[in-house]
Design a binder for this molecule. Structure first.
Ligand code: NAD
Ligand code: TDX
Length: 345
């Protein structure tokens, strides 16, 4: 099926957004791409190196909450993929105002412009976290929304605004809810990059609680292929879950990372649990699979590749880890690490 001539990718300087820019840039040579990104602490133009100077790509620095910037960014675009969000659960527990602003009000600002312009497609990139923690069931798209932290509550707000715009104005929205992504260019605040880079630096790995919380791990390129398919084939007004079925307890993932870098398990330090920590995320992705999608990347092999990427791109993450992140890390982890217990002790 023919792809769009010109698309807007919000949050395209972040982890998944930049991977999606590369994915579409490589696979759809006829498509023009506009990136709108506020370049918060999580946005990084280095994630788009080698792409930004191509005439097919336009970058606009601006917020999705700013109606003027949004209007300029929509110019000539047939479809929008909204990745822009505040995304880190730990930060939302400290302060949620920016999450409500971007993830809810920003989504509303985009929807208004999409509606006024009559775009062909609005893809809202959401998360498995909106369903809350699973007690054994795999959530389907009609499962109740029971968010467990301020981040996921904000993402629910954005999802529901999409639903409301579709119902009220007929805006051609599709919402996707993905499980935990991993891969290159993921910010070091997140579990896998933090644990890989701490191992490379000879630091301890701060594991929350008993380490038996489970996440379904999806390699970022599989997320990109799902989004491309849903944009083309998904039914307007519908929600699609995106999951790999590769569920692992955090302790096991930490062990794999240490083993692959030849570091001892004693680097793991069990720290005080995250407040309101969702135990398990689990989704049923059969609705998406019925469109013809399946994940192509094996978990073990992709994790190995991801570890190697961080090993080989030390300059990228050392720059991210310096400056403001160092202060965040000190504030968030220092006391917890002091009081923690070492794995095996
Ligand atoms: P990220 O934090 O790496 O990137 C977010 C990007 O959005 C950054 O470039 C940042 O500068 C930009 N941004 C933030 N506020 C903005 C604003 N007001 N206006 C414009 N740009 C703004 O996030 P990510 O992990 O790449 O996640 C992307 C999307 O996917 C988010 O919507 C997130 O909720 C969703 N998601 C992520 C995961 C995951 O595992 N990372 C899983 C499911 C869903
Ligand atoms: O230092 C840590 N120690 C630790 O044990 C960190 C940062 C995380 N963890 C645990 C908490 C989670 O059980 O690892 C797991 C993964 O944590 P995060 O990387 O913070 O991800 P999570 O909270 O699962 O949320 C992610 O998946 C859904 C993304 O950050 C969200 O943006 C996405 O919507």
């Amino acid at each position: 099926m023919e792809f769009f001539r010109s698309i807007l990718i919000t949050g395209g300087a972040g982890f998944i957004g930049s991977n999606f820019v590369r994915y579409i840039f490589g696979r759809r040579p006829e498509c023009r791409i506009t990136v709108l990104d506020a370049l918060t602490y999580a946005g990084n133009l280095e994630n788009l190196a080698g792409i930004l100077d191509d005439p097919r790509v336009k970058f606009i620095k601006g917020s999705i909450c700013d109606a003027e910037a949004v209007r300029a960014a929509f110019e000539g675009c047939d479809a929008v993929f909204n990745f822009a969000a505040e995304t880190h659960v730990d930060r939302s527990i400290q302060e949620a105002g920016s999450f409500i602003q971007t993830d809810v009000y920003g989504t509303y600002t985009l929807l208004r412009e999409a509606q006024a312009r009559g775009v062909e497609r609005f893809v809202q990139i959401s998360t498995d976290e909106v369903y809350g923690s699973s007690a054994g069931e795999s959530f389907v798209v009609r499962s109740p929304l029971e968010p467990g932290n301020p981040y996921s509550a904000s993402k629910c707000g954005g999802d529901l605004m999409c639903r409301a715009f579709h119902n009220t104005y007929g805006t051609p929205v599709v919402v996707t809810r993905s499980s935990n992504n991993f891969g290159p260019w993921q910010h070091v605040e997140k579990f896998i990059p933090l644990f890989v880079t701490n191992t490379l630096e000879g630091k301890d790995l701060p594991l929350y609680g008993d380490g038996m919380h489970r996440r379904d791990w999806l390699y970022v390129e599989d997320h990109c292929s799902a989004l491309e398919l849903v944009a083309l084939e998904g039914r307007t007004g519908e929600v699609y879950n995106i999951a790999s079925g590769e569920s692992r307890p955090n302790l096991e993932v930490a062990g794999i990372i240490l083993d692959s870098l030849g570091a001892p398990r004693s680097r793991i330090v069990f720290i005080e649990d995250r407040k309101g920590h969702d135990r398990v995320y689990a989704m049923d992705a059969s609705k998406l699979e019925a469109l013809g999608w399946k994940p192509r990347h094996d978990f073990a092999e992709s994790l190995e590749r991801t570890v190697a990427w961080y090993r080989d791109n030390r300059g990228w993450w050392e720059r991210v880890k310096s400056g403001a992140f160092r202060d965040y890390y000190e504030r968030h982890y220092r006391e917890k690490l002091k009081k923690g217990t070492i794995h095996g002790s």
